[in-house]
Design a protein around this ligand. Structure first.
Ligand code: MTE
Length: 314
């Protein structure tokens, strides 16, 4: 991990003491505004407006809600490669090797590349983004991620005009990941985004949280965060990203096509067959709260779905 400037990453107590300092200095908020000149056929990312739902150096999100504790974020996880029990990944992922690690980006691109994880981090300088994460099971968190916009990576590999979707593939190591030994699921974990969704400045590749290196149970060394979609879109342990021309069949679509769609935008009006999506429980709180359309990011992303029937495209 030679080129990572991990000096930026501080233990949580120091982070908490530093936040006032950072606010005074203009904060990291300035870093959160993405910019990407579009030199290729791919659409440019939506610029992040000033009052964007992106925060840094604070202990609340932009709606004023407190961050979920580090303890909860790292001990209550969905990572089926390890286990379907949410408390097990923290234990089972101890010692899981996340370096060396490479991420191959290819398919319909002009510049296919394989990146060592430390080069990716060195090149794209992760910044802090406080996002809500809403799981389709009806729980949620507010998490200070460290990551960089996916559009920065896409700009470098240059999708061709035929590229319409991204297909993400997670690590497959059944000898180290006990959940992959069972015959029920179709491994590896696959997810996907439409290219314009992936180009949106809110879609990030995550390398850390609470200013620390991403723990294995949260998807180290590289995972997605797409905050307006249900948590299952946020692929962990990414080893491969392909640009493709057809909508990929995702892990959950293959497992239960009547329950999981490709888009998976947070939508309180469209219930899952097993769970209402109208409310959610923020981890650390007792009472349920109302779920917001697009998880509260509608102003930024609703335009991506103009004219689409979001009940059909659930
Ligand atoms: N990625 C992989 N590879 N395997 C998984 O089981 N679970 C998803 C998503 N990414 C999952 C995954 C689900 S259902 C959720 S809610 C989030 O990761 C949970 O992220 P967290 O454990 O960091 O909160």
């Amino acid at each position: 991990m030679s080129t990572i400037h991990w000096s930026e990453i501080t233990p949580e107590h120091i982070y908490r003491n530093r936040r006032a300092l950072m606010r005074g200095a203009g904060g990291l908020g300035a870093l959160a505004t993405g910019a990407c000149g579009g030199s290729t056929a791919i659409p440019g990312p939506a610029a992040t407006p000033e009052a964007a739902p992106v925060r840094a150096g604070s202990d609340t999100d932009e709606l004023g809600d407190r961050l979920t504790t580090y303890e909860s974020v790292t001990n209550y996880n969905n990572y089926y490669e390890f286990s379907s029990d949410k408390e097990a990944p923290a234990r089972l992922a101890k010692g899981f090797k996340t370096e060396p690690w490479t991420v191959t980006v290819g398919g319909l691109v002009r510049n296919p590349r394989t990146y060592a994880i430390e080069d990716l981090v060195g090149k794209f300088s992760p910044e802090e983004r406080i996002y809500r994460l809403r799981c389709v099971e009806g729980w949620s968190m507010a998490i200070p991620w460290l990551g960089f916009p996916l559009h920065k990576l896409l700009k470098e590999v240059e999708p061709t005009a035929q590229a319409k979707y991204l297909r993400f593939e997670s690590v497959f190591r059944p000898d180290e990941m006990p959940g992959q030994k069972g015959g029920f699921f179709n491994w590896p974990y696959i997810e996907g985004l439409r290219l314009d969704e992936a180009m949106h400045d809110l879609a990030i590749l995550v390398t850390g949280l609470y200013r620390k290196i991403l723990p294995a149970q949260n998807g180290a060394p590289l995972r997605l965060a797409v905050p307006w979609k249900y948590g299952f879109k946020s692929t962990k342990g990414i080893v491969k990203i392909d640009l493709v021309d057809k909508q990929p069949t995702t892990f959950w679509m293959a497992a239960a096509p009547n329950e999981y769609g490709f888009y998976a935008n947070v939508n309180p009006e469209v219930p899952h067959p097993r769970w209402s999506q109208a409310t959610e429980r923020r981890i650390g709180e007792l009472r349920r709260r109302k779920t917001l359309p697009f998880n509260g990011y509608g102003q930024e992303v609703a335009h991506l779905y103009a004219g689409m029937d979001l009940r059909k495209n659930f």
